[in-house]
Design a binder for this molecule. Structure first.
Ligand code: MG
Length: 254
């Protein structure tokens, strides 16, 4: 049997990935601050480009399979991968921003869901549940545990919170010298099953949750994933290194 091909990182390599993570955190903080009614998603992409350039980093999103932005800006029923452009944000929008950066060849990747102005309390709760599921997944990413423990932790938070859809067909992933590496990191799983987690594994944990259907379809732009029932979705993500001292979140602000 051939298992997943995993790039285990040294502490020195994780330290470089932390620098990439700081850039990603700065991008997300900047975009979050700027995401007010009347601003376009293209404006936010421009701000993100400036932050990445200021740090002397490069974008891993730009040009990825032809992707034209440095961030993804998915609004309301859009779950992930929306191309930034002329869409103006409106009061009450739920905006998921996914961002990445590369420093010295090492990648960072993280996402936040932003409330634009005053949002429906049910949308705010969706975002809160999704972020809580992210943190439960991170907490489960302990050396000696299994990958299934991570998915189980994420899934358990979402299921306990109510009648939500755990978005199917998308997972977290290994990350390092490339943005997407083995292993896949599912948002559901069985405790005690799957890959044994070892020091040096670095994963992007990224629950995507909707208020309705777990199923998506891709729009004609061949990028945007929307919920099939039009229900709103949230997306939270961090890049996390597994160390003997526990999970180290690389995409927190400096
Ligand atoms: Mg990711």
């Amino acid at each position: 049997m051939f298992g997943p091909k995993i790039e285990y990182k040294t502490p020195a390599q994780i330290a470089i990935m932390r620098r990439a993570g700081v850039v990603v955190a700065d991008v997300l903080a900047t975009v979050r601050e700027a995401a007010v009614p009347g601003v376009t998603t293209g404006d936010l992409d421009q701000l993100a480009r400036e932050v990445i350039a200021r740090h002397g980093a490069t974008s891993n999103f730009l040009g990825y399979h032809g992707f034209p932005g440095v961030i993804c800006t998915s609004v309301n029923e859009e779950v992930v991968h929306t191309i930034p452009g002329s869409r103006e944000l409106r009061e009450g929008d739920l905006l998921s921003v996914d961002a990445g950066a590369v420093v010295d060849g090492w990648h960072g990747d993280a996402a936040v869901t932003v409330e634009v102005g005053e949002v429906d309390p049910a949308d705010a709760e969706l975002s809160r549940v999704t972020e809580a599921a992210l943190w439960a997944g991170i907490e489960a990413a302990q050396v000696g545990a299994r990958l299934g423990d991570v998915g189980h932790a994420i899934e358990s938070v979402v299921r306990a919170a109510g009648d939500y859809g755990i978005v199917q067909g998308f997972t977290g992933h290994g990350i390092g010298t490339a943005m997407h590496q083995d292993p896949d990191v599912p948002n559901e799983g069985q405790r005690g099953k799957g890959l044994r987690l070892k020091p040096g594994l670095v994963i992007a944990v990224e629950p995507m949750v909707s208020r309705g259907s777990p199923h998506t379809r891709i729009l004609d732009d061949e990028w945007t994933a929307v919920t099939v029932d039009g229900s709103r979705a949230a997306h939270w993500e961090h890049t996390v290194a597994l160390t003997p001292d526990g999970p180290q979140v690389l995409t927190l602000p400096a």
